[in-house]
Design a protein around this ligand. Structure first.
Ligand code: NAG
Ligand code: NAG
Ligand code: NAG
Ligand code: NAG
Length: 504
């Protein structure tokens, strides 16, 4: 069963943003596992992904475009690289690529947020002023929802935020007071009332997505019916609720209402699994009801994942200038706490991605924003390499730790592809990736890339593919294997992640 793969290869190294200039030498040695960079090397700072200059980052909060400036806020510990002392860090950009850090936007200071300023969202009010809804951990350790406004709305960078004395604006009555968080971006119904949703858990440990309405965005009343509830999960987090167009890739303003041309996405993270899931459905504006499409019962295992890998707490916003919806998420790097402390930082954000509804109306599609291509330089282009089974083709580059890779695989034939069986179920790529791994031979695959590889291949991350026949065509299983990622991470982690790409 000899397979041959022909592939043209494109590899680009990033142009370094001004904040990263210190972080990269120009001709660094190739890695070998005996001679890795020290953990604290600036080599490991990112050039493509957002990260603050130092310390701990988790969830992205309140992304928004205001007067031509992109804002990203994030859960941030200003004192160290551990999760503690949570504030809202703040950075701005004109291109989603080069970011300038600003002073902290929200920090614990009042009885309604003295133990932490946790996740939330930004909403642009009717006059054009952005406002923040966020979770405060109050004096008693309970969760409440608070509001904050720019101190000076005409400051182009929105540097300072004020928290009115009348906070909190929502309290957890009837729900577990420590399990009530992450208010979503608001939207306005046809009746002129604002809505938002907040995640909560009841005393039977079941998840609710509570709906609130308000005339003025300040006084909120909980609707009797939640937007969604489920018996299949405990607490959910970081709800995101937004419309998508059934025609084309353009994004929609969050207040775009029910019509033939619009579906809605309800996204949330399952706290027990630390994965983001989503449902596509119709939002019936008159009844404030979200009707998910085609879910087989109340079972989270049948819900699509928003993405695989280290990806959580995603949050989107509408870019009204470029008519696109952009999604951010947190990448938890899985270093140990002592390693994070030694590095002086922990956590990055995914590269911002445009998100839209796929043509089949069933799954979301995502792609890095076009602006990221401006980071490409030092192109290494390799054309039409023929690789036989068992062969490794090496591409050596100057700066081996960061690259933007485009690769096209041309398979000599698909006929011999194995028929997918129920064990490697199409809805459960994770199991298939786990069972088959990177070394079990198949009819077509595994083939792919070994990235961040040392000379002797002792260390590497495998990103690999397998092609299966399905009743309707073919499916490509995409997996990554991070078990040989880095000696500092061994031996604790054992990580396979996967996804299927369907080819009709
Ligand atoms: C939290 O903040 C306090 C100062 O308010 C500091 O002493 C402490 O070290 C911080 N903890 C962490 C883990 O960053
Ligand atoms: C609230 O949730 C927390 C975290 O799951 C749990 O420890 C606590 O027992 C719950 N409280 C009540 C009253 O159910
Ligand atoms: C939902 O299921 C129905 C019946 O199987 C089908 O006709 C429809 O196309 C499906 N819709 C989506 C969006 O999958
Ligand atoms: C982040 O990674 C650490 C280390 O692997 C793990 O213990 C923790 O559960 C992860 N947290 C989330 C939210 O993914």
């Amino acid at each position: 069963m000899a397979s041959r793969w022909l592939f043209p290869f494109l590899l680009c190294l990033p142009v370094l943003g001004k904040d990263e200039i210190e972080t990269h030498g120009s001709s660094l040695p190739t890695r070998s596992s005996e001679d890795s960079f020290p953990l604290t090397s600036k080599q490991y700072r990112t050039a493509f992904h957002f990260q603050p200059p130092e310390n701990w980052l988790n969830d992205p909060n309140g992304p928004v475009l205001h007067n031509g400036v992109y804002h990203i806020f994030y859960q941030y510990n200003p004192y160290s690289a551990e999760w503690a002392n949570i504030t809202w860090g703040h950075s701005i950009s004109s291109d989603l690529v080069n970011w300038t850090p600003l002073p902290i936007a929200l920090w614990p200071s009042e009885p309604f947020d003295i133990h932490g300023c946790w996740s939330g969202s930004a909403t642009i009010l009717s006059g054009g002023t952005p406002t923040i809804l966020y979770t405060g951990i109050d004096l008693n350790g309970n969760s409440v929802q608070n509001i904050a406004f720019p101190k000076n709305p005409s400051d182009p960078f929105l540097r300072e935020w004020v928290k009115p004395h009348y906070n909190p604006v929502m309290v957890p009555d009837g729900f577990n007071a420590t399990q009530f968080r992450d208010p979503a971006t608001g939207w306005m119904g046809k009746d002129g009332l604002w809505r938002t949703v907040v995640c909560a858990e009841d005393f039977e440990r079941r998840a609710w997505i509570l709906l609130y309405r308000s005339e003025d965005f300040v006084h909120w009343t909980r609707a009797e019916k939640p937007l969604f509830r489920t018996k299949t999960s405990t607490m959910v987090e970081c709800v995101d609720f937004f419309p998508v167009s059934v025609k084309g890739k353009n994004g929609l303003d969050t207040s775009t209402m029910d019509s033939e041309e619009v579906k809605h996405v309800l996204k949330f993270g399952l706290f027990d699994y630390l994965h983001d899931y989503y449902l596509i459905g119709k939002y019936l504006d008159d009844e404030d009801e979200f009707v998910p499409e085609n879910i087989s019962g109340d079972d989270h295992r049948s819900w699509p994942r928003y993405d695989y890998g280290s990806f959580y707490a995603s949050k989107s916003f509408f870019d009204a200038e470029k008519k696109r919806r952009i999604s951010w998420a947190w990448v938890n790097e899985s270093d140990t706490i002592p390693d994070d402390v030694a590095k002086g930082w922990a956590g990055v954000l995914i590269v911002p991605r445009t998100v839209w509804l796929g043509e089949d109306g069933k799954i979301l599609q995502q792609w890095p924003v076009k602006e990221l291509e401006s980071l490409r330089r030092d192109l290494v282009e390799i054309k039409e390499v023929e690789i036989n089974e068992g062969e490794v083709f090496s591409v050596l580059v100057n700066n081996p730790s960061q690259a933007d890779v485009e690769v096209e695989f041309e398979l000599s034939e698909l006929e011999q592809a194995q028929l997918i069986n129920s064990k490697w179920h199409l809805d459960d790529a994770q199991t298939a990736c786990n069972e088959l791994g990177a070394s079990v031979p198949g009819a077509i695959g595994p083939f792919g890339l070994l990235v961040l590889a040392s000379h002797d291949l002792e260390e590497h991350t495998a990103i690999f593919f397998r092609v299966f026949r399905t009743p309707n065509g073919h499916a490509v299983l995409m997996c990554s294997d991070q078990r040989r990622l880095h000696r500092y991470h061994l031996p604790e982690i054992f990580l396979y992640e996967g996804n299927y790409i369907h080819i009709p």
